[in-house]
Design a protein around this ligand. Structure first.
Ligand code: BGP
Length: 468
């Protein structure tokens, strides 16, 4: 029989602290920007945390992680991706001494993973900048954030060096283009943010990311540090060369982040782009040297592709933050996101050609409304065949990409347990193999139930994808 996936392929799932932990003020945690964002990416933020913010409780992972990790182990996870909430470790972000109880929580969490032979993968910053850094410094527009981030990574590397091998520096670093508050802790509204400040903030993140790679390699020989970008290939809407060039430009805008993180320097195409916008990035002596610390692997999320067109009247499509023009050939999810399994094969090939580094799909999945029903064994469950179908199609395309010659380390599906959605801030949009009884009006017991996809994914992992 032909082997679709290499031995040791890292099957697993992914979450982010702010979307599942809850316990938003417990054990010395400071506020993060998510605590004042009850309406998701585009919604207005509040002065103080408000009760309607689903993230304040999340799915109570902070108190229930043992039960959840046991369920991940039952599915056979080899790897579990989560983030460290920066404000649990440094409540304000700019202090020098860490919060010991916060550090202890992640020690316990990683120990629990290892108990079942699950390798933790940590996103250092996943849309949860400490609120104080946003308010006081306007987030990453301020160069001082590099120092605070450095202090934070030194602290967590020193603490978890024996426990965590896989690290990601910033979640979907390119999403800052559309979501500067969520992605970069920048309080200036997107419409008022100048291109100069935006690209300077990105530069600070890129320097911080390279610095983290450098420090990780010094402190933790054998550590694998990856960049993480929102991966979404851009197709030209038609074969008209104007559309093709437009699509090329959009890809360059999205991928220059990873180009810097993987190649160690700014790509030439960016010069003209920045010049057009009147941007001059302020480099400090030493920055170029730091940027040369390149990542060990390239991680990305994949929820679908988008199109570009030179026709200004082309219909705009929905999708994961980056937007674009609607592709008439693709079905869409309940939230209007295009479903394009082949796009994953295409993207994997594009990325591997571009970087010649191992890849990792660290997010992928279908956000859908689920309903609990009584299962054949008398247990409550969700008959989520739609999710199985979606994931099966994507995993098949991954297998084809492997046949194409792509080097792929693993796959962590998004929201392996239901959690609060980043764009809508609702729980109604679910991704998990495990259903959590919690509703957007705050009701629910927080009990966990295995969906049909739970058993399906277990079988995929058991057979290393051979059952497909
Ligand atoms: C990515 C984020 C995740 C996650 C996912 C799904 O952009 O990294 O945090 O939420 O998208 O998006 P949503 O929750 O908006 O459906």
């Amino acid at each position: 029989m032909k082997t679709l996936f290499p031995e040791g392929f890292l099957w697993g799932g992914a979450v982010a602290a702010n979307q599942c932990e809850g316990a938003y003020l417990e054990d010395g945690k400071g506020l993060s920007i998510q605590d004042i964002m009850p309406h998701g990416i585009m919604g207005a933020w509040t002065k103080e945390p408000t009760e309607d913010n689903m993230k304040l409780v999340g799915v109570d992972f902070y108190h229930r992680y043992k039960e959840d990790i046991r369920l991940f182990a039952e599915m056979g996870f080899k790897i579990f991706r989560t983030s460290i909430a920066w404000s649990r470790i440094f409540p304000n972000g700019d202090e020098l001494t860490p919060n010991e109880i916060g550090l202890q929580f992640y020690d316990d969490l990683f120990d629990e993973c290892h108990k079942y032979g699950i390798e933790p993968m940590v996103t250092i910053s996943h849309y949860e900048t400490p609120l104080h850094l946003a308010k006081e410094y306007n987030g990453w527009t301020n160069r001082k954030l590099i120092r605070f981030y450095e202090n934070y990574v030194r602290t967590i590397f020193a603490r978890y060096r024996g426990k965590v091998k896989y690290w990601l520096t910033f979640n979907e670093i390119n999403s800052i283009l559309m979501a500067p508050l969520m992605s970069g802790g920048i309080m200036t509204p997107r419409e008022e943010l100048s291109a100069q400040n935006l690209y300077q903030a990105i530069h600070h993140e890129l320097v911080a990311s390279a610095l983290a790679v450098k420090i990780a390699h010094e402190m933790m020989p054998g550590a694998m540090v990856g960049c993480m970008i929102l991966g979404s290939p851009t197709y030209p809407l038609t074969a008209h060369p104007d559309d093709v060039i437009k699509a090329m430009k959009k890809d360059q805008e999205n991928y220059y982040f990873a180009d810097v993180q993987v190649r160690g320097y700014y790509p030439r195409y960016l010069d003209s782009y920045l010049k057009e916008q009147g941007v001059k990035i302020q480099m400090e002596p030493g920055d170029e040297e730091i940027l040369k610390n390149t990542v060990d692997f390239v991680a990305f999320s994949y929820y679908g592709s988008s199109c570009e067109s030179a026709d200004l009247n082309a219909e705009v499509g929905k999708g994961n933050i980056l937007g674009g023009v609607k592709n008439p050939f693709l079905p869409v999810s309940q939230w209007g996101w295009p479903i394009d399994a082949q796009g994953l094969r295409y993207l994997l090939n594009q990325m591997y050609d571009r970087y010649q580094k191992p890849l990792f799909v660290v997010e992928n999945g279908l956000g859908a409304e689920d309903h609990l029903v009584m299962g054949p064994d008398g247990e409550l469950t969700v008959e989520d065949d739609y999710r199985i179908q979606y994931m099966e199609a994507h995993i098949r395309e991954m297998a084809k990409a492997l046949e194409d010659g792509v080097e792929l380390l693993g796959y962590t599906s998004w929201g392996c347990i239901d959690l609060v959605s980043a764009s809508t801030a609702q729980l109604k949009k679910r991704y998990g193999f495990i259903y959590v009884d919690r509703n957007d009006d705050g009701t629910g017991t927080l009990s966990r139930y295995k969906k049909k996809s739970f058993y399906w994914y277990k079988h995929i992992i058991e057979t290393n994808g051979q059952c497909l």
